[in-house]
Design a binder for this molecule. Sequence first.
Ligand SMILES: Nc1nc2c(c(=O)[nH]1)N[C@H]1C(S)=C(S)[C@@H](COP(=O)(O)OP(=O)(O)OC[C@H]3O[C@@H](n4cnc5c(=O)[nH]c(N)nc54)[C@H](O)[C@@H]3O)O[C@H]1N2
Ligand SMILES: Nc1nc2c(c(=O)[nH]1)N[C@H]1C(S)=C(S)[C@@H](COP(=O)(O)OP(=O)(O)OC[C@H]3O[C@@H](n4cnc5c(=O)[nH]c(N)nc54)[C@H](O)[C@@H]3O)O[C@H]1N2
Ligand code: SF4
Ligand SMILES: [Mo]
Length: 835
Amino acid sequence: MEDSETGWIKTTCAYCGVGCGVEARPLSSGKLDIRGDKSHPANYGKLCTKGIALGETVVTEGRLLSPTLRSGSSEEEVDWKTATDLVAKKFSGTIEQFGPESVAFYVSGQLLTEDYYVANKLMKGFIGASNIDSNSRLCMASAVAGHKRAFGADIVPVCYEDIECSDMVVIVGSNLAWCHPVLFQRLRAAKQSNPKLKVVVVDPRKTDTNEIADTHLTINSGSDVVLFNGLFCYLFDSKVINSEFVDNHTQGLEEALLAARQDVQLSTITGLQSQEIQSFFYDFAQTEKVVTIYSQGVNQSIQGTDKVNSIINCHLATGKIGKEGCGPFSVTGQPNAMGGREVGALANMLTAHMEFDNEQHKKVVSEYWDTDNLSNGPGLKAVDMFQAINDGKIKAIWIMATNPAVSLPSNDMVIEALKKCPFVVVSDCIKQTDTTQLADVLLPAQGWSEKSGTVTNSERRMSRQRRLLPSPGMAKPDWWIVSKVAQKMGFLDAFDYLHEGEIFQEYVGLTTIDQDQSPRAFNLSGLVSMDEVQYAKMTPQQWPVAKYQFEATQNRFFADNQFFTPTKKAQFVAVRHCKQIVETNTDFPLELNTGRARDQWHTMTRTGLSASLAGHTPEPFVLVHPSTAKHNNLTSNSLAEVSSCRGSIIARVTLTNTISKNQVFMPIHWSDTNTNAGKPCELIDSNIDPISGQPEFKSTPVTIKAKDYNTIAIVVCRNKLVGLQASYWCLQKVKSGYLYRIASNQTSERLVAQLTLLVERTTNSRMRSFEKQKRNECVRINVLDRRCDSLITVKQETTHFAQAEIDSIVELCERQTAFEQEGELFSYLEPQIEV
Ligand SMILES: Nc1nc2c(c(=O)[nH]1)N[C@H]1C(S)=C(S)[C@@H](COP(=O)(O)OP(=O)(O)OC[C@H]3O[C@@H](n4cnc5c(=O)[nH]c(N)nc54)[C@H](O)[C@@H]3O)O[C@H]1N2
Ligand SMILES: Nc1nc2c(c(=O)[nH]1)N[C@H]1C(S)=C(S)[C@@H](COP(=O)(O)OP(=O)(O)OC[C@H]3O[C@@H](n4cnc5c(=O)[nH]c(N)nc54)[C@H](O)[C@@H]3O)O[C@H]1N2
Ligand code: SF4
Ligand SMILES: [Mo]
């Protein structure tokens, strides 16, 4: 929707599941002006750092511009016809020879609903298998499974507004301040205006989310079920159960209580003092309006689903659900994790909240899609899917909008599997990622600002992402690419879409079929009569949509006490705490916790392009408690090797009291594309929750030791260095190009020579001869138009560069003013060099 006078176009942020409304205005430079959309009910005009920087990341640098066939080190750019012919032929051929289970799609919450819908329809409806799974398996699967067990459907009952109306917000395993910043801002504002509002954070480490916390329960990793089972028993014993609600609208209380009672030794297992536990229990019991927000500290666990239900049990017991200011609230990670769940693009779902174990559902979907080849049951979930590729059972895979070579556990196996797999197709916007390296066919997809479609946020609100800029090269929308291949596989009529709006219309229709016979929560009947123009102008709609919502609604589920189980009652689930599959031991005495940094998004393919975002955490780091550091001879800012039984990676040590002595924390963002050994998933085994299939990412036994080098270097260059080899390197985007931090065991002379050669090759110019030797330091500058074009500083030292030194190097390379004499360039660096 564009305001034709001012040029502002309404769209939705590319990143997290808060789903903020954005207004964007294309500039003549090709960049975008960005501001928050004041009318969007998710954010009312607010944006976080990542949202504000969206305009900086719409660059063409590094984009995948044309379909590309790869074989060994050779690459051939081809047209769309050749590429889609080939993909269709290979998939059809594989299916013919080995059956429909021999192919798979691995898709993503980064896709739009329309893309997601088409991919799911092709696999389940026409290929006739269910080997389609999404990176949401790594993200939301436990929440989905927990919702289904308790409510009979995958429903997030609350609205964002409930956070603001509540008197107590419990934040479990969520770094809301960094990962859902605008929601965090809303909570902070609510707390300021309602001093009664109590915030409790349940997290083994202290994060920025603690800024607004009244209480921090530094729970032992993996012990949330014990805490919430304890609360459940307390609620019962202190007679604050809502009997009217429990008796009439729930079932399974006794069994759940019996199980909860067996989880004893609360303090020992959670590591919390009984006094803090009791006061948390008391507050939860005595506060009428409680919202419990939970995220990956809950979901990404071998008992993620049980953690979810242990939380929901407490809300059901007290009837703190379906009312203003109340409810369990699973915040979604990705921009469209929720959309993927709606279309059913996870291996164990059919589509549109319909299920494989329901014959009527299968019948209506077959009829609606006009297919006689609908898949009959669930397929392989992400971790099993990659195992099946490794075992040779899956022989062709199509990866769309996700980077499994970085983000899946047992990373070495995943990479090996993709190397072995006879046919690997990757659709991405970016040319160089760890996963695109492993593709036989690369397909260029339109990215945020070019593509057009719908995403659903954490409060079930569907918003439009709109096209703002032309797409570079031959990039196409994901739905178009999938449809073309589907047509060429012989399914012409079912995939002859001309426009994403047609797909959306078909999808809306699907959500309404058979609702009379078996009512489903997910219903968009209010959008059935929408035409293309209305779709183009669609304002945010929160499902269920019975009537087009001209005004933003605040639809809360379960206000009518009706659930989606066969009895229409909510289900208590009996859950018990279980230990980690692999516990810390003498070889691996520490627990590795992994998660996110404030200003980076996942594998950095987009946020990594922004110099301003890179400044917050420029390098892969490991958070270590000072006493753990002392015990392991680690000093602040030194490099350390973190090892598990699977392998070793390297990161910069950050000393902090925010983490416990038995844990270390690493961010997930670095990959082989921007550092040489910084991917935590190399250390993490594929231990999954048996119900949801979601991997444990928060607890891996590791050990840590200092990693010393003889020589360290900083290189700034306008282009990326090709063929850099060093014991440690890491790359950071800066305004003038790229900054490399390097550590090596070579002598400084050799390292200088090697780096000089690389920079000269990369920039196609010569480093000037005015090399300046200091006591233990060598600086070389490449001068262009009397400006510093690139710069190498090497030190014969084992420690790190001080941030001030790095800042002055970066500043020198960014300077637009020419230096009168080249010597001035050096004197500019002098104060820092003279340490
Ligand atoms: N900046 C930024 N924001 C993002 C993303 C990003 O990449 N960058 N990604 C988005 C996505 S897809 C997702 S899924 C979300 C994730 O959002 P979050 O879940 O908030 O983020 P994480 O950092 O993965 O983990 C959250 C917290 O769980 C804690 N934790 C670990 N183990 C346990 C445990 O056993 N119990 C409890 N109670 N807590 C534990 C960790 O210490 C950590 O602070 O963020 C979204 N937002
Ligand atoms: N150790 C550890 N591992 C984790 C986690 C953790 O906490 N700890 N968290 C897990 C979670 S919750 C998540 S969500 C995953 C995220 O992990 P990934 O999904 O692997 O990470 P992304 O970087 O988001 O990958 C998205 C890819 O899609 C591309 N892309 C972006 N937009 C489009 C588009 O429109 N079309 C196409 N075709 N491509 C596009 C991007 O360039 C990028 O290469 O990581 C998981 N892995
Ligand atoms: S909170 Fe999430 S959706 Fe909102 S601007 Fe930030 S990253 Fe984008
Ligand atoms: Mo996620």
